[in-house]
Write a protein that binds this ligand. Structure first.
Ligand code: GTQ
Ligand code: FE2
Length: 355
């Protein structure tokens, strides 16, 4: 029996030819792509992952034998999301890396439109200079380098200094607005004395007549000693949040908003044995462990993936992966995310619990 060419196949061929034809005008049919473009829930490429610092440390320190900080400009091992290899990204929106400065070295001055944060992992005597204001850094300290501020780094101590860099680079690259300028000299001229911005803006007061940029905190440095003490003081009067333990956000004291225009930053305390409830958020989060041991349990499809962590480890939990945290010992976690970008764009969402 003759089978007539099915209507569908005919349309299909006709459609194929049509698609080819409109391709010539740089047009494409939305109806063939809609279901992959606008999905019921976030569909992303990046995956949760943990970097075990004790496994990386030797290789990181070895980089100093291969290249100087000056030659490298920035001697950084990028933490690439395993699903985003070659993209210099830890999530779709953010960059993270481990930067090494050996005693006596200088990472030369430059400035750029992507913003950066530093979170100190090990070593003493390291400093960063932001627009000429030097800040010495200790493990656990958090320092910001706002967009287009001049910065150079150095190490006046005796040991290697390592910190985690967090940048909004993938986001800025996506938009296209990337600019870099190198300073003519190795170091930017010394400006205000160390601690100047903290003195000006860090005491719930501010100099009369000064109007700082309201997108970034005028305070460049958030020392761990102070923020750890705050957590310790607060634990006595605060209830533990079932999803976060005791979690504080670093802010710009002049606005109450986030410390950085494009990156949200947090410090959280989890008491010994604490187990959080499962939390789901659109923000892409990078955790850095300062104290304690425990695990982050992430739901990936129908299975649970467990990422054990200890001091100095880094864990990424991308957008919308339900996850919970367990602390075996008392733990302090620093984290940064793109929450403030999402909030400013009206996109941030979260879901508490398994519902
Ligand atoms: O320290 O200035 O990890 O400009 C990437 C780009 C660090 C820095 C990075 C940078 C820096
Ligand atoms: Fe930089």
């Amino acid at each position: 029996m003759d089978t007539p060419v099915s209507n569908e196949a005919e349309i299909s061929t006709e459609r194929q030819e049509y698609y080819k034809r409109i391709r010539g005008h740089s047009c494409s049919p939305l109806w063939e792509h809609l279901e992959y473009l606008v999905t019921a829930e976030p569909v992303i490429t990046s995956v949760p992952h943990r970097w075990n610092y004790s496994e990386i440390r030797e290789d990181l320190l070895h980089s100093a034998n291969l290249i100087s900080a000056a030659e490298a400009e920035r001697r950084v091992l990028m933490l690439e999301n395993p699903a985003l290899e070659g993209n210099s990204s830890i999530t779709e929106s953010m960059f993270a890396g481990l930067q090494l400065i050996m005693p006596g070295e200088v990472a030369p001055a430059h400035r750029h439109s992507p913003a950066a944060l530093r979170f100190i992992i090990e070593g003493s005597g390291g400093y960063t200079s932001v627009n000429g204001e030097k800040t010495f850094m200790e493990p656990g300290d958090f320092i910001i380098t706002p967009s287009m501020t001049w910065h150079d780094h150095g190490n006046e101590g005796k040991d290697p200094v390592v910190w985690m860099d967090g940048l909004d680079l993938p986001l800025v690259r996506h938009i296209g607005a990337v600019f870099l300028e190198r300073y003519a000299d190795e170091q930017f001229p010394e400006g205000p004395p160390p601690g100047d911005s903290l003195n000006r803006y860090g005491s719930n007061m501010r100099p009369v007549g000064e109007m700082p940029d309201n997108l970034n905190s005028p305070i460049f440095s958030y020392p761990y000693a102070k923020s750890r003490e705050t957590l310790e003081n607060l634990r006595k009067s605060s209830e533990w949040d079932p999803y976060h333990g005791l979690k504080l956000e670093y802010i710009d004291p002049t606005t109450g908003g986030p410390a950085m225009a494009t990156i949200s930053t947090f410090l959280q305390l989890l008491p010994k044995g604490f187990k959080t409830e499962t939390w789901q958020t659109t923000e892409n989060t990078v955790y850095s462990v300062i104290e304690g041991t425990g695990r982050i349990i992430v739901n990936v499809g129908d299975e649970e993936q467990t990422f054990e962590w200890q001091k100095q480890d880094i864990i990424v939990v991308p957008c919308w992966y339900p996850h919970r945290i367990e602390a075996d010992d008392e733990a302090v976690l620093f984290s940064f995310s793109d929450k403030t970008v999402q909030t400013k764009l009206g996109l941030h969402r979260e879901r508490r619990g398994n519902a």
